[in-house]
Design a protein around this ligand. Structure first.
Ligand SMILES: Nc1ncnc2c1ncn2[C@@H]1O[C@H](COP(=O)(O)OP(=O)(O)O)[C@@H](O)[C@H]1O
Ligand SMILES: [Mg+2]
Length: 266
C-alpha cells in the first residue's frame, strides 16, 4: 500500500531567536493511488509538509509514513518534482529522464521502453537529444515530470510544479497531468496555491490555513467529478464552466478568505 500518512505532525522552527509553530496537528492520509492537492496561503507550511514526506525535513512531533515505513530520509520509493526545474543542465532530455533508472538498476531494454513511453506521453518526441537550456520552461517541466513517472515510484511529491510557468503553458500542463494521472494512477501529493488547479487535478483538496499552519478542511472532489462526469471534457475551460466546478472553487476560496489570509492566495 503506497499511502502517505501524516499523524499528529507538528513542526517548530526557530526564527530570530524565537520558536514558532509552522505546522500544528496535521493529520492526513493520502490513500493508495489517490491524488491529493494541498492549497493554502504562502507560509502555511505546504512545502514543509512535502519536504517531510520526501525525507528532507522532519517533524518536531508526530510521524510521516509512506506505506508502513516511517519516513526518515529520501528514498527511491518517492519521486519529487519541484517548482524550479531541477534538471541536470549538462545532460540531454533522454539522459535526464534515464538518470534515476540507472541508479535503480533497471536494465537497458526496460529503460528504453519506459523512457520512450513517458517521453511520448509528455510530448517530448524529437527533443530527446536537446539540452535543458534549449527548452522552454514548460518543456523543462515536462522532462521533470517524465523523470519522476518513469521511476514508477510508490508516491509522487510535487511542490507547485507549474508555479513558474506562464498562464497558457500552465493550462496545457494541467491538462496533460490530468491525462497522465488518469491513465497511470499514482499516489500523488500535489502542492499549489492556485485554487482552480487544485479543483481541476485533485481527488481531494486539503485546505490549509496559516499561523500556525493547520488543516482547515478536506474536500472530496472525486465524487463530484465522477457524478458530474468532468472527464468527458478534454479542455480545462469546459470543466471550469461547470456549475459544480464553480461551486467547489468558490467553497475553497471562502475557506481561505475566512482564515484572514486569503489575499495571499492567487
Ligand atoms: N528551515 C527553516 N527554518 C526556519 N523557518 C522555516 C524553515 N522552513 C520553513 N520555515 C518557515 O515555516 C513557514 C512555512 O514555510 P513553507 O513550508 O515554505 O510554506 P509554504 O510552502 O506554504 O509557503 C514559513 O513561515 C517559513 O518561513
Ligand atoms: Mg512552498
Amino acid at each position: 500500500m503506497a499511502s502517505i500518512s501524516f499523524s499528529g505532525v507538528e513542526r517548530v522552527f526557530r526564527q530570530n531567536g524565537q520558536d514558532f509553530v509552522a505546522l500544528q496537528d496535521v493529520n492526513l492520509v493520502v490513500q493508495d493511488r489517490e491524488f491529493v492537492a494541498i492549497v493554502g496561503p504562502s507560509g502555511c507550511g505546504k512545502t514543509t509538509c512535502m519536504r517531510m514526506a520526501a525525507g528532507l525535513e522532519h517533524p518536531s512531533s508526530g510521524t510521516v509514513s509512506v506505506g508502513d515505513q516511517v519516513v526518515t530520509r529520501p528514498g527511491p520509493d518517492r519521486a519529487v518534482v519541484f517548482q524550479a526545474f531541477a534538471l541536470f543542465p549538462w545532460k540531454t532530455v533522454w539522459d535526464n529522464v534515464e538518470f534515476g533508472l540507472v541508479s535503480l538498476g533497471v536494465d537497458g531494454a526496460e529503460r528504453k521502453r519506459r523512457i520512450e513511453h513517458y517521453i511520448g506521453l509528455m510530448g517530448l518526441q524529437g527533443y530527446e537529444r536537446a539540452y535543458p537550456h534549449q527548452l522552454s520552461g514548460g518543456m523543462q517541466q515536462r522532462v521533470a515530470i517524465a523523470r519522476a513517472y518513469v521511476l514508477d515510484p510508490q508516491v509522487l511529491l510535487m511542490d507547485e510544479p507549474f508555479g513558474a510557468l506562464d498562464a497558457q503553458t500552465r493550462v496545457v500542463m494541467q491538462e496533460e497531468l490530468v491525462r497522465l494521472a488518469r491513465r497511470h494512477p499514482r499516489t500523488v501529493l500535489f502542492i499549489t496555491h492556485a485554487v482552480e488547479e487544485a479543483v481541476y487535478l485533485a481527488d481531494r483538496i486539503v485546505v490549509m490555513t496559516g499561523r500556525p499552519g493547520t488543516i482547515r478542511e478536506i474536500i472530496d472532489v472525486k465524487s463530484i467529478r465522477q457524478a458530474e462526469n468532468w472527464d468527458q471534457h478534454s479542455r480545462i475551460e469546459d470543466v471550469m464552466d461547470q456549475a459544480s466546478f464553480v461551486h467547489l472553487r468558490s467553497h475553497v476560496w471562502k475557506l481561505l478568505r475566512s482564515s484572514g489570509h486569503g489575499a495571499d492566495v492567487h
